[in-house]
Design a binder for this molecule. Structure first.
Ligand code: PRP
Ligand code: GLN
Ligand code: MG
Length: 508
């Protein structure tokens, strides 16, 4: 998952960079590998700073001061395609036509085809292995075809209409045309989120406009009239007007359900579903399942969350079961999310660095640990052991999401079935691998109901990691086999040398 934003200020003398930078701080949980901002100022000149690292590492005060201009695009990266190279940090830029900048959240499922097309037919040079650079060049190629000296909104709609036909997979995009304005659009299935809002300009004249992956950004920056960009919709904000059109209305709209389980911040609302409330309800439904399965044999003394994301579900679960809730694991606030870190060894070490079990909350007790999900089992395996080390008697483990048995191809880096601990195991086998006395997984229908109750207009979600049903029909067995070969941890470790490539973008 990545985080994206774009901002256009009504007053051309104000600087967008401060709030773009702030937006990245608020979206850091969506990508910890790279960060970048491109702004556009006087005479349509673009200013860029991007590279590998957390937001706090990439942007020094001096670098921020150099990013002048009243509009811009920003990005935090969690790679799902290409390599971890600095050169794949976003936003991406091409000079022709007009000067285009793009920030992409998602993953294209037909990138090989697009790469071939851009090379052989469109004759566009692609400098990295990133799928986002391909998306940018498809957009650029389609804009080029309009052949205009100066483009207008209709030309942009036409170019994105073409892109919708050509790019398959998941993409929420923020873009900027030099001197013209900013654009936000979402793939026709609405797999990845994007919100849009406005606020009165502090200059007293007109409105500022902003796009962001999550509503928390717009809330924090005092934007009002916040709404979701609709699947297949394009919103263009120029210096003079806001123009929007829903170019494609797909039969199946399928926002990624993993946003509600794990990715999004709890204080965000995505597609009219408040993430925190959905998580609370996941806890209620999971409690019902545990009660039904354990019946009179229920011997749990205490419910303990696995910080951070599971807290909401665990709290409500304990309430529903009438059991005490205790924060038995203390979290080191300076260690980021471990699931989105690259490489199993790094993830494993960081679980230990991040969470510390407090003996007083475990000693001689039967504990129920609650997490939002079990993916590779890295976290659960480590913390079950920690709980035992400090004297827990029995350790039960419950997951607010169902067992994850299939790869993700839409922007979460879970490409390899072999790495998923529940891929070919039943619940008791998973319990034994994790070292738990018993595991409980949420039922998929319950997870869907927890989210859908807040917006019944959404008939489907992308639940592919649980049921193997992919909303784009190009995800075949052959595709998944290839993905496994190219992006498993082992494959990525072999290509790790690429991480040193700076390419055209040198911030050092
Ligand atoms: O089974 P695994 O492969 O370990 O993946 C699942 C775990 O990873 C995530 O935590 P993470 O530390 O990334 O973030 P959090 O602090 O937001 O919970 C998630 O919340 C689970 O705890
Ligand atoms: N997680 C994402 O949204 C990743 C975006 C893009 N596929 C990349 O790897 O940079
Ligand atoms: Mg976690």
């Amino acid at each position: 998952m990545c985080g994206i934003s774009a901002l256009l200020l009504a007053d051309p003398h104000q600087a967008a960079v401060t709030e773009l930078h702030e937006s990245l701080g608020l979206l850091q949980h969506r990508g910890q590998d790279a960060a970048g901002i491109v702004t556009c100022g006087h005479k349509g000149r673009l200013y860029q700073c991007k590279g590998n690292g957390m937001v706090r590492d990439v942007f020094t005060p001096q670098r921020l001061m150099a990013l002048s201009g009243y509009m811009g695009v920003a990005h935090v990266r969690y790679p799902t395609a290409g390599t971890p190279a600095d050169s794949e940090a976003q936003p991406f830029y091409v000079n022709s036509p007009y000067g285009i900048v793009v920030g992409h959240n998602g993953n294209l499922t037909n990138h090989s085809e697009l790469r071939h097309y851009l090379d052989y037919d469109a004759h566009r040079h692609i400098n990295t292995d990133s799928d986002s650079e391909l998306l940018l060049n498809i957009f650029a190629n389609n804009l080029q075809r309009t052949g205009k000296f100066r483009i207008n909104e209709q030309d942009i709609f036409t170019a994105i209409q073409g892109l919708y036909k050509e790019c398959r997979g998941a993409y929420a995009v923020t873009a900027m045309l030099a001197g013209f304005g900013i654009i936000g659009f979402r793939d026709p299935h609405g797999i990845r989120p994007l919100v849009f809002g406005r606020r009165k300009s502090s200059s007293g004249k007109g409105y500022d406009y902003m796009f962001a992956s999550e509503s928390v950004v717009l809330d924090a920056l005092d934007f009002t009239d916040v709404e979701d960009v609709q699947p297949g919709e394009v919103i263009i904000v120029s210096k003079f007007a806001v123009t929007r059109r829903r170019l494609v209305v797909e039969e199946v709209i399928a926002p990624c359900i993993f946003e509600y389980v794990y990715f999004a911040r709890p204080d965000s609302t995505i597609d009219s579903i408040p993430v925190y409330n959905a998580r609370l309800d996941m806890g209620v439904k999971l409690a019902h399942k545990i009660r039904a399965e354990m019946g009179d044999t229920m011997d749990i003394d205490v419910v303990i969350p696995v910080p951070d994301t599971s807290r909401a579900a665990a709290l409500q679960l304990s309430h529903e079961l009438g059991l005490p809730y205790r924060e038995g694991f203390n979290k080191n606030r300076y260690v980021g999310r471990t699931f989105i870190m690259p490489g199993q060894e790094m993830r494993r070490k960081n679980v230990r660095r991040k969470l510390n079990a407090m003996a007083t909350e475990f000693k001689d007790l039967n504990v129920l640990l609650v997490d939002d999900s079990i993916v590779r089992g890295t976290t659960s395996q480590e913390i079950i052991q920690m709980a035992r080390d400090v004297g827990a008697r029995k350790v039960y483990f419950a997951s607010a999401a169902p067992a994850i048995r299939h790869p993700n191809v839409y922007g979460i880096d879970m490409p390899s079935m072999k790495e998923l601990v529940a891929a070919d195991r039943d619940d008791s086998e998973v319990a034994s691998v994790l070292g738990a006395d018993r595991v409980f997984f949420q039922d998929l229908d319950d997870l869907v109901a927890s989210c859908r109750q807040f917006n019944p207009r959404i008939k489907n979600f992308d639940t592919s990691v649980f049921d193997g049903k992919y909303v784009t029909n190009d995800v075949t067995k052959e595709y998944l086999d290839n993905l496994e070969q190219q992006r498993s941890d082992d494959a990525k470790a072999k290509g790790a040398a690429d991480a040193d490539v700076i390419g055209l973008y040198n911030i050092k």
